[in-house]
Design a protein around this ligand. Structure first.
Ligand code: C2O
Ligand code: CU
Length: 579
């Protein structure tokens, strides 16, 4: 069983256990004896079954099990210890076991709440809060049901609960009291001296565009979705003027995957102020990495990108030869872009399809009718890519794959999630059952370019309750905290930095570090065995543990976030900074 399914199974069993204990307690107060005993027996089994799932999770990694071992397991033991013996005595009046059963219900529920609302790392505060909740609820229940606990017992319980509540809350609040990320500083812009060789102007504005045959409201660059395709040849100096006509939330340009100098990175509040309606900002940088990239607004990025503020950036090593097509896939108002394109291609012609996923979720791409190679991922050429056929690729949010082949005499077609987006003629192949390429063992290996690691960081991705803003929210968290309370990662110029990224949530998190490509070292303990993979966007699926490394060679303050932009907005953003 994969760690992801274990996490899901453990959650289901925990919910079942809590529900059965509570149900059993309720049934016994209503004197429904068989129902009460049946539910209690089920609860007992479910609670004991968690010993198996929790042990398995702990073996997969402490991150997955910490709060379950430290908080859920002791509370479950207490539940079994208190309710079990009473049940075995099989009392004549089933009401006599109501309080023990409800106690067990409160204990398992509060442990469950710790997992769902707090997650990793397990803290003393969370544990104390959980215990306080159980004690308080049990005392109140006992009173309500007229089961008189001895005076001293209930006094002690109340004091423990109160103290735990205070300490727990205090710890929770104190943990994130300081945020070091400076906001709204002066944003010094170090213009590069060279004369621009490629000039573009992008004007952001609200508009209406045609998507899949229907007019839909959009936010667009130069009134088109995607925005104009920006192309350059290696060595060009790009000069891009961004104007904002009427986007109230502000706009910026972020060059996704392009490792530009920090002041050109387009992150509002970090590298520049957002460009407000009527304002403009000029970006200038040298195009010294060839490859497939894209640009998008980073101001209110979730809604901004979704509404259409994105476009393609392609830097070619030399002027185009052969067929070179970009396929930026996007979902606009529920409609899939781009519109299908059919093109005649001469047999034998070299073709490069540049696939770009500009959505917030993974897409599946299948190229039918020809063998092909994956020449590059995230703009970086792969080493020794071998021919593939009848194989699909999964591209994470923000990611790019370049597929290359020589046009056969028969038609080829590219399908995205089953929909043909590009073809050279009619193709009716069913691609839904094709296996999916694992890039971690595709192509030829090369040694890792460093023999040391100077800094290591672990990022545990999860969900949790965030009480630090104006309104409480169920945030997407990193190490139990949400933006802006996640401590920045501090590195020095030249450091070799290792990230361990752990997903203990139930959803995929496409990870994206600005300003650097990271080299994939391992996934789930398995070393990467194919071509070196230098990525800027990679899917960390539920239960997965990725190890990636990079050299800190681009000073500044960089966003480091989930590229499911709704998650990024809901807390899953932190910063990497140079000391
Ligand atoms: Cu494409 Cu910070 O994002
Ligand atoms: Cu995410």
């Amino acid at each position: 069983m994969s760690t992801g399914s274990l996490l899901a199974a453990d959650l289901v069993i925990a919910v079942l256990a809590a529900a059965c204990w509570l149900g059993g307690g309720a049934a016994s107060t209503a004197r429904r004896r068989p129902l009460a005993l049946g539910l209690a027996a089920l609860a007992l089994v479910a609670t004991l079954a968690r010993a198996i799932t929790i042990t398995a999770l702990a073996r997969a990694g402490w991150w997955f099990a910490a709060e379950k071992v430290l908080i859920a397991a002791p509370l479950s033991l207490a539940a079994v210890g208190v309710a079990g013996p009473r049940l075995l005595q099989a009392p004549r009046d089933i009401r006599a076991v109501a309080v023990p059963l409800l106690f067990a219900g409160y204990a398992t529920s509060s442990a469950l709440l710790v997992t769902v609302l707090h997650g990793y790392p397990a803290s003393a505060g969370a544990g104390l809060l959980a215990v306080a909740g159980v004690v308080a609820a049990t005392v109140i229940t006992g009173r309500a049901l007229g089961a008189r606990p001895r005076r001293t017992v209930s006094r002690v319980a109340v004091v423990v609960a109160g103290a735990a509540l205070v300490t727990g809350t205090g710890l929770t609040v104190a943990a994130g009291a300081t945020s070091v990320v400076p906001h709204d500083h002066g944003y010094p812009v170090a213009r590069i001296a060279a004369e621009p060789t490629r000039r573009f102007t992008l004007t952001a504005g609200t508009t209406t565009v045609n998507a899949g045959g229907r007019n839909v409201a959009a936010w667009a660059f130069n009134a088109q979705v995607p925005g104009p395709e920006l192309t350059a040849t290696v060595g060009d100096v790009l000069d891009v003027t961004l104007r904002n006509r009427d986007i109230e939330r502000g706009v910026t340009l972020h060059w996704h995957g392009y490792d530009v100098p920090n002041d050109q990175d387009g992150v509002p509040g970090v590298t520049q102020a957002a460009v407000r309606p009527g304002q403009e900002f000029v970006y200038r940088f040298r195009a010294d990495q060839a490859g497939t990239y894209w640009y998008h607004t980073h101001s209110a990025s979730d809604v901004g990108v979704r509404m259409g503020l994105y476009g393609v950036l392609v830097v070619r090593p030399r002027p185009v030869t052969g067929v070179d097509v970009t396929v930026p896939v996007h979902t606009l108002a529920g409609r899939s872009l781009p519109a299908p394109r059919v093109e005649r291609v001469e047999a034998g012609a070299p073709v490069r399809l540049r696939l770009i996923n500009t959505d917030s979720t993974t897409h599946r791409y299948a190229l039918a009718g020809t063998a092909f190679r994956v020449a590059a991922i995230d703009g970086v050429d792969l080493r020794g890519p071998t021919p593939l056929a009848d194989t699909a690729v999964l591209i994470p949010a923000g990611g790019r794959y370049d597929l290359v082949f020589n046009a056969p005499t028969t038609p080829v077609a590219l399908f995205v999630d089953g929909r043909a987006v590009y073809s050279t003629g009619p193709v009716s192949t069913a691609t839904g059952t094709w296996p999916v390429l694992d890039p971690l063992d595709y192509g030829a290996r090369a040694p890792v370019p460093w023999s040391r690691v100077d800094k290591t960081f672990t990022l545990v991705l999860d969900r949790g309750l965030d009480l630090r803003g104006l309104l409480p929210r169920y945030a997407h968290t990193v190490n139990g905290a949400a933006d802006p309370d996640i401590p920045p990662q501090v590195v020095r110029l030249g450091d070799v930095v290792l990230f361990t990224i752990v997903n203990r949530s139930q959803v995929v998190h496409p990870w994206h570090l600005h300003g650097h490509h990271v080299l994939v070292l391992a996934r789930d303990g398995e070393p990467a065995a194919g071509s070196p993979l230098w990525l800027d966007s990679f899917d960390v699926r539920p239960g997965e543990v990725w190890k990636v490394a990079f050299r800190a060679d681009n000073p500044g303050m960089w966003a480091n976030h989930c590229h499911n932009l709704a998650h990024a907005d809901a807390g899953m953003t932190l910063h990497l900074m140079y000391s």
